[in-house]
Design a protein around this ligand. Structure first.
Ligand code: ZN
Length: 106
């Protein structure tokens, strides 16, 4: 028996204009990006009505970043990103100090 390969699940992926290609200097909010994607999906659905169009769905990727410096979140912790910036480090030290005080007062 030999491996048989074939391409399946053919699809066309359409993305909204990326931030880097937009004329506006104000980045879209998450909600504005969601709305733009839904508007593009609706427009695409209308224009492809009757063509070889199966489903059109809006999908996105979840990006995890530090709320203070914007760097990629690399840790399992939900509150400490390994000291990616001074604020991350300072807030972790404050949490640790508070935990010690709470433990000592028990
Ligand atoms: Zn950070």
């Amino acid at each position: 028996m030999a491996v048989k390969e074939q391409r399946v699940n053919f699809r066309v992926e359409v993305e909204i204009i990326p931030e880097s290609a937009r004329w506006s200097s104000t980045p879209r909010t998450e909600r504005q990006s969601y709305d733009a994607a839904n508007e593009l999906a609706a427009t695409t659905r209308r224009r492809l009505d009757g063509d070889e169009c199966g489903t059109i769905s809006v999908n996105s990727d979840l990006e995890r970043t530090c709320e203070f410096c914007g760097r990629k979140w690399t840790e399992d912790s939900e509150t400490y990103n390994g000291g990616c910036c001074n604020v991350d480090e300072d807030t972790e030290e404050a949490r640790e100090a508070a935990a010690i005080v709470a433990k000592e007062s028990v």
